[in-house]
Design a protein around this ligand. Structure first.
Ligand SMILES: *[C@@H]1O[C@H](CO)[C@@H](O)[C@H](O)[C@H]1NC(C)=O
Ligand SMILES: *[C@@H]1O[C@H](CO)[C@@H](O)[C@H](O)[C@H]1NC(C)=O
Ligand SMILES: *[C@@H]1O[C@H](CO)[C@@H](O)[C@H](O)[C@H]1NC(C)=O
Ligand SMILES: *[C@@H]1O[C@H](CO)[C@@H](O)[C@H](O)[C@H]1NC(C)=O
Ligand SMILES: *[C@@H]1O[C@H](CO)[C@@H](O)[C@H](O)[C@H]1NC(C)=O
Ligand SMILES: *[C@@H]1O[C@H](CO)[C@@H](O)[C@H](O)[C@H]1NC(C)=O
Ligand SMILES: *[C@@H]1O[C@H](CO)[C@@H](O)[C@H](O)[C@H]1NC(C)=O
Ligand SMILES: *[C@@H]1O[C@H](CO)[C@@H](O)[C@H](O)[C@H]1NC(C)=O
Length: 369
């Protein structure tokens, strides 16, 4: 058996970017199909879209688990897990090769466009996206909101680089492909798989910056688990309440939406500064259930009155719910955390939704009697 480390040792010169240095990346956006494994017509067909991240990273030693380099390509990811080829034929596209802090709207829109096309092909059973974990939930929610298919869409990453002792990437990738190739993954939207767990892209969030057991949703829970690599779902297929799928086939860039973080003594000038820098919408991570200090709230309302820019109130606590208040200038985020509320607002502003429509879509995620 070829071990991940042996395969990876062959490709030590591909490093592109450090996971902690976000800007200044000149990595190209690729479009070509990079791999196609030999076709066994009795197997399902899964397409992998590789974007980079820790799952495609190497450290300088088997104990290094921070400060490593992104750089392995989709071919090396698949080569490291030959078991995959007994489950599925694989086509692979290298979309980018960056840490997930550098994933941007160009990459996420491109993924949505390509995945919609791929899943429309009758011979394709499902898709897998390999991604860094830091912003994985954002791309997952973006795909949940833009890919219109009953087929499985699985987004996967790793917390440890491929060179680490007990690297988690290879088994995570095997499980992701297993689920993408499985009828059990149908009609469940986009799912996040890491560490033996299957979560809904709508609710799952990264909870710990470092540990393997980081992706889960405290309120909505997990959809399922892998038992001996077989996906086991706790519930029959279902869709999150309030999920909206947007048609982005004509969208080539997204509206600029900023997230502001509320805290004691929050600078009220941040709202104006954000708008001056071009924000078309603002989400703030409020204290408690969408709160702001009196001074900050007054600045936000003044800015809203002057510009009409939608302001979404979310929560800085890792989980929770922001209810709507009658007559408030803010739009309550409901169960959406700030980063998911931002994506939802970006999509609606890009598709020229009115403020009334925007309020309605946010409210659909928490239908109250
Ligand atoms: C997103 O990143 C890619 C690859 O690094 C780059 O080609 C593209 O121009 C970036 N897009 C934006 C909007 O910054
Ligand atoms: C093709 O896949 C089937 C089903 O897993 C398997 O039985 C068969 O041996 C495979 N054929 C080849 C040539 O690998
Ligand atoms: C996989 O793709 C091959 C080649 O297009 C096709 O013959 C085969 O039927 C596909 N497998 C499934 C399960 O659809
Ligand atoms: C693939 O399946 C065959 C037949 O069951 C088995 O002999 C082989 O070891 C498997 N390959 C891997 C890499 O698991
Ligand atoms: C999604 O697909 C269904 C069935 O093909 C179609 O009726 C619906 O209009 C599509 N929605 C979007 C937003 O593309
Ligand atoms: C999405 O929008 C495009 C362009 O407006 C249109 O051609 C296509 O039919 C739409 N798709 C669906 C599923 O409604
Ligand atoms: C924001 O800008 C408006 C209009 O220029 C101004 O009246 C207001 O004082 C500014 N607010 C803050 C908090 O700087
Ligand atoms: C914003 O406009 C509303 C409606 O006209 C008004 O009631 C409110 O006092 C204004 N708020 C501020 C801070 O100017």
């Amino acid at each position: 058996m070829i071990s991940a480390v042996h395969v990876l040792a062959l490709f030590t010169s591909l490093a592109l970017a450090s996971p902690v240095e976000l800007p200044h990346l000149a990595a190209p956006l690729f479009t070509r199909q990079d791999i196609q494994t030999p076709i066994n017509a009795s197997l399902p067909n899964v397409t992998i879209f590789a974007t980079g991240g820790t799952i495609a990273s190497q450290g300088s030693s088997n104990t290094q688990t921070v400060g490593y380099q992104v750089g392995l390509g989709v071919q090396q990811l698949v080569d490291a897990v030959p078991e995959i080829l007994n489950i599925s034929n694989i086509a692979g596209y290298q979309i980018s090769n960056v840490d997930s802090g550098s994933i941007n709207e160009t990459i996420s829109l491109k993924l949505a466009h390509l995945i919609n096309v791929e899943l429309a092909k009758p011979e394709i059973t499902g898709v897998v996206i390999t991604h860094g974990t830091d912003t994985l939930e954002e791309t997952a929610f973006f795909l949940e909101s833009t890919v219109n298919s009953t087929k499985p869409i699985i987004i996967v990453g790793a917390m440890r680089p491929a060179t680490a002792l007990s690297a988690d990437g290879p088994l995570n990738l095997l499980q992701a492909v297993t689920l993408a190739a499985s009828p059990a993954g149908m009609n469940r939207g986009t799912m996040i798989t890491l560490n033996d767990r299957i979560g809904s892209a709508f609710y799952t969030t990264k909870n710990n910056a470092n540990t393997l057991d980081t992706f889960f949703s405290t309120e909505a829970g997990q959809l399922g688990v892998f038992i001996n690599q077989v996906p086991y779902f706790f519930f029959a297929p279902s869709e999150p309440v309030g999920r909206t799928v947007f048609n982005v086939s004509e969208v080539s860039d997204l509206a600029k939406v900023d997230i502001l973080y509320a805290h004691q003594d929050m600078d009220p000038a941040l709202f104006n500064a954000s708008i001056a820098a071009g924000a078309e919408g603002i989400v703030y991570a409020g204290v408690g259930a969408g709160g702001l200090s009196r001074v900050a709230s007054l600045a936000a309302e003044t800015a809203y009155n002057a510009t009409g820019i939608p302001m979404v109130a979310s929560h800085r606590s890792s989980d929770g719910f922001v209810p709507s208040t009658e007559g408030a200038f803010t739009i309550a985020s409901g169960f959406y955390n700030p980063q998911k509320a931002r994506i939802l607002l970006q999509l609606m502003l890009s598709l020229e939704y009115t403020e009334t429509d925007i309020r309605e879509v946010f409210a659909e995620s928490y239908p109250l009697p």
